[in-house]
Design a protein. Sequence first.
Length: 260
Amino acid sequence: MTTCFVIQPFDGGAFDKRYEDILVPAITNAGLDAYRVDRDPNVNIPIEDIQNGIKNADVVLAEISLDNPNVWFELGYAIASQKEVVLICSDQRNSKFPFDIQHRKIITYTTASPRDFENLTTQITDRILAIKQKQVKLGLISTQSSIALTEGLSQHEMTLLVSITQNVDSPNEAVSAYIIRQDMNKAGFAPIAVALGLDSLLNKGFIQFSEQQDYQGEYYKAYNVTNQGMTWLHNNIDKLILRQDSPKPSDPFKDAELPF
């Protein structure tokens, strides 16, 4: 069973409704089973089940709209376990994000109308599908020969180029160095391979470096693929996976009640 472990406040109100009406359909549409530990009747020791649930999950989704201690603990454990994490945050939040997540991609949403929640559902589904596709691509590339060059690029250089491309929604978008290092580590590459690969791709003109601002105005190091890098990817498209199985969509929003 492929699962998405959901980290969220348990409140018997707004967040529980969002889990049932928004998160479960969004996760199901992406081909995963939603799992929240408080909904599992087999749980005996919550902390152990939380840790095991996170370790065994394919993806972790965390709602960070509020500064809930349990949410931050579980999210910290997921990040330490190098899990793929989808972060969502509503317009309720009025404080800064912790440093560990400032440079991560965060899906922000408003709660004014059903349209806002429909948009949130779509964004979550799209993000999980993108993560699944990235996992497949990086896994296949990392299994190729580490010695032979592929059209002028070594294995770690090609993996870096694909990693950056897979993490953006638009051509000029930049990806934080932290996310790149995390992807490469999951693909089995040592930090030295990342450093050398980035330097090589910069010298080849396939990527460029910049300093970006996060949601709170803090600067971080980032990289984006240049036109030359995109041309290489297009010319070697036969080595990439461009399609994945489409999961059967569920039927969210069966009633008109807003989940807040």
